[in-house]
Design a protein around this ligand. Structure first.
Ligand code: ADP
Length: 479
């Protein structure tokens, strides 16, 4: 199985969010299953220098962008079993940021065409091209309407298109169709790419790929509804037969309480009693009351509406009348940041608000806390709850998107489940479920059983990669 994975970011080269995580971990996991996986990204200035040094120049060629010819250099390296290509054009990619420029339409029009040209230039024929998010949405369009029509080299290639964030759709002036792609206005006039008065790159990916995937089953269903579909729900209902949800995993090497170098005491499912050493250590470090019996609730997140922070804000005073501690790590909307800073000063040794981005502290919190709160408004997949499970910290989540698919509500009668969940987006429901979780916490044997359930949940990439591989096989007709 030969797979070309096309993304605008891939960890550890460059990462700004969940897409970077997936484009880093999934190809690595596929390679471990003997697929020939190659990843292609733009060669940004900001690429992490440690891996940047491994890149070697291969060749250059010109790429058509409308009536112009633009330089494209191909750089290559082999890392973690995967071949990475970085496509170089300094005018487009040697900038301070990676997105948010007036000419983003042109930068990614160039990138999408350059990827297809590169295959011809390297004489490498993947069975399948896996595109991701709006930046690569025009690749399936180019493949279908130009490359497959003109060159047999591309005939058999299938296309998978993955939605990581449907909120960003790459909508631009319709004139880009002739100016950047050399197309006429047909695809705008027949509404296949039309979005309001513009052209949407993401819509291109949704209509012209063979299969669409998104990062959890529930989210695949939700985005077909007006509530979550960001006005692409109609297209997704149209193509629902081609839409699949495949839940993301986490990198089990990177997140492992048994080897984590940030935490005070390593532990695993057979030494759960050691987990509490991390709790008392963190209490000391953050200036909280040092007492292993006080339940510690935590959030590690962007402080935005998506994450349900307003629900916690609404109940924080009431909640802090209980014998609990609250640890927050995050940055985001100013009013949330200010609220948690205020709670920190008001409740002293019960609350610790850390308004910053800090990977080391994040791991310490995952290892230390008893409950990990994710009351999200929407959550395509969510990584926080998966990391929390791995560290035996019990997720308290709202039943939406990937949270619904990965957290099984605890059943005190059967002992099944790996977390707590509530349904309606409502502060009282969050408060009530936390109260219930605190009640279960007071029974040490029930809580320990819950920790074991959490730590034995399998959310490794190994499992998700197998689902992708099965999908690739189904699509290409290979065994
Ligand atoms: P999203 O991608 O929507 O922000 P996820 O739950 O999918 O949410 O992933 C967020 C990731 O970022 C998690 O690994 C979380 O631990 C990490 N993270 C979020 N905020 C911080 C922070 N302030 N410091 C360190 N890590 C953070």
């Amino acid at each position: 199985m030969r797979v070309l994975f096309v993304a605008s970011e891939a960890s550890p080269f460059i990462k700004t969010g969940g897409l970077g995580d997936v484009a880093g971990a999934l190809p690595k996991a596929l390679a471990q299953k003997n697929a020939d996986v190659r990843v292609v990204i733009p060669k940004y200035r900001e690429i992490n220098w440690e891996v940047r040094d491994k890149l070697r120049f291969v060749k250059w060629f010109n790429v058509k962008v409308g009536w112009r010819e633009q330089f494209c250099g191909v750089w290559e390296c082999f890392y973690n079993g995967v071949t990475y290509y970085a496509l170089d054009n300094e005018g487009y990619f040697k900038r301070d940021e990676i997105y948010g420029f007036y000419d983003d339409a042109e930068r990614f029009a160039f990138f999408d065409r350059a990827v297809l040209e590169m295959l011809r230039q390297l004489d490498w024929q993947p069975d399948l091209i896996h595109c991701n998010d709006w930046q690569t949405g025009m690749l399936p369009v180019l493949l279908k309407f130009e490359y497959k029509r003109n060159d047999m080299f591309y005939w058999k290639m299938k296309c998978v298109y993955s939605i990581h964030n449907i909120a960003f759709q790459g909508v631009f002036d319709p004139q880009i169709l002739p100016e950047l792609f050399g197309f006429d206005m047909e695809l705008y006039n027949n509404t296949c790419l039309k979005f309001d008065d513009g052209v949407s790159y993401m819509k291109g990916g949704l209509y012209y790929s063979d299969i669409i995937t998104t990062v959890s089953d529930t989210y695949a269903y939700e985005i077909q509804t007006p509530e979550y579909g960001q006005r692409l729900d109609g297209v997704l209902r149209d193509r629902s037969y081609a839409l699949r949800g495949i839940t993301n995993g986490i990198d089990y090497d990177e997140f492992d309480p048994n080897t984590d170098r940030f935490i005070k005491k390593n532990y695993n499912i057979n030494s759960i009693k050691d987990k509490v050493i991390n709790k008392t250590e963190l209490q000391r470090e953050l200036g909280l009351t040092v007492d292993k019996n006080i339940p510690m609730l935590a959030m590690v997140t962007r402080l935005t509406n998506q994450k349900g922070v307003d629900l916690l804000v609404n109940i924080s005073d009431k909640l802090l009348q209980e014998n609990v501690q609250l640890v927050i790590l995050g940055t985001g909307d100013k009013h949330y940041e200010e609220h948690f800073k205020w709670l920190d000063s008001r409740y002293g040794n019960k609350v610790s608000a850390n308004i910053k981005f800090d990977n080391g502290l994040a791991n310490k919190i995952y290892a230390a806390c008893d409950m990990f709160l994710m009351p999200s408004l929407f959550e395509p997949c969510g990584l926080g709850q998966l990391i929390a499970l791995r560290y035996g910290s019990i997720p308290v989540v709202r039943e939406t998107g990937g949270l619904k698919d990965t957290i099984i509500a605890y059943n005190e009668y059967t002992g099944e489940g790996n977390g707590f969940s509530f349904k309606s987006y409502n502060s009282d429901e969050l408060y009530n479920i936390i109260k219930y979780a605190l009640w279960i916490y007071s029974d040490k044997s029930k809580w320990e059983n819950l920790i074991k359930n959490a730590m034995s949940s399998d959310n490794s990439w190994n499992r998700s990669a197998q689902v992708y591989l099965d999908l690739y096989r189904e699509l290409t007709g290979q065994d």
